[in-house]
Design a binder for this molecule. Structure first.
Ligand SMILES: Nc1nc2c(c(=O)[nH]1)N[C@@H](CN(C=O)c1ccc(C(=O)N[C@@H](CCC(=O)O)C(=O)O)cc1)CN2
Ligand SMILES: [Mg+2]
Length: 285
């Protein structure tokens, strides 16, 4: 029997506990606060930002949504980030990606104070992750680890194969799995004989943006398959990077799309916002 790794159910369960933590923090005089900046009018980004706002509000986290026009200059954006860096009542800052053309993504990421970089994209936090030091971790890989933990899946000693080498998913996922004692193989668009490598995976994490590219013949029977993709197929249906109908009967466990990794990404953002806010309790004592 294949286990469906239900990200929605898991995220809801984790959020119930987190809400209690927020209540306790508020009683101690600290209201966790998250600032999300959206530049431009990308419709998918607008939905993700709205979902972050709703989740934050439902937990009692103060949520600032800063919507800037697509004509915003890099200097204006950096100015807004500088204000938020200086605001001691703000715990987490994130800039929704992708940014409009003409804005240097790395310059923006590196302008966020590493202490408030709740996306974990700042090179300081990336370095901490690769050194196995505590710090903020990118939400999607963090959420995948939380989902595996919820289902009591221990990755130690597993052959983990990651398909995709993005800064948001593939690379931090590799570091996290390594930190949890998995044997990690990174693959990408230039990898030769990809299917040979994916078939060796006990744990397969796919984040390529190529609809349904992982087919049943590429998966070892019983493998755990994590699908980070969110694509539209030719018929306009939301699908992942994994051919779910074909792979699910072969896999031991698999995440659905939607309802797998996506909800865990937003839950992880909330968890780490609250973790940053907790530091303020100690600072004010
Ligand atoms: N600054 C950031 N930008 C982006 C990130 C990020 O972590 N930080 N990740 C993605 C977008 N993203 C969060 O920002 C995100 C994407 C999708 C979901 C989600 O819940 N998806 C649903 C399906 C939604 C649908 O129906 O279209 C699901 O999988 O069930 C959450 C967060 C890129 N940008
Ligand atoms: Mg999903």
């Amino acid at each position: 029997m294949t286990t469906v790794l239900d990200g929605k159910k898991t995220a809801d369960a984790l959020m119930t506990d987190l809400k209690n933590t927020v209540t306790t923090l508020k009683a101690q005089g600290v209201t966790p606060a998250l600032a999300v900046i959206l530049v431009g009018d990308d419709p998918a980004s607008a939905i993700y930002v709205r979902n972050k706002h709703r989740r934050a509000e439902s937990l009692g986290i103060r949520s600032l949504q800063i919507q800037l026009p697509k004509t915003t200059t890099q200097a204006e954006l950096l100015g807004r980030i500088a204000d938020l860096n200086a605001d001691s009542a703000i715990d987490g800052i994130l800039v929704q990606l992708p940014l409009p053309a003409g804005i240097d993504e790395q310059a923006v990421i590196q302008s966020i104070s590493p202490e408030k970089d709740v996306d974990g994209f700042h090179p300081i936090n990336v370095g901490r992750l690769w050194t196995n030091l505590p710090g903020v971790v990118a939400s999607t890989p963090y959420g995948i680890m939380a989902l595996l933990a919820y289902y009591q899946i221990d990755v130690s000693g597993m052959n983990a194969v990651i398909v995709g080498r993005s800064n948001i998913v593939g690379r931090p996922m590799a570091a996290l799995l390594l930190n949890h004692d998995a044997t990690v193989t990174m693959t990408h668009s230039r990898t030769k004989a990809l299917a040979e490598k994916t078939r060796a995976a006990d744990l397969l994490v796919v984040a390529t943006g190529r609809p349904e590219m992982i087919t049943a013949d590429m998966v070892k029977p019983g493998a755990i398959v994590i699908d980070v993709g969110m694509d539209r197929n030719a018929a306009g249906k939301l699908v992942g990077d994994v051919d779910y109908a074909g792979v699910a009967p072969v896999a031991g466990a698999i995440t659905p799309v939607p309802g797998g990794v996506g909800p865990m990404t937003i839950a992880s953002l909330m968890i780490q916002t609250v973790a940053i806010a907790k530091r303020r309790v100690h600072e004010q004592q």
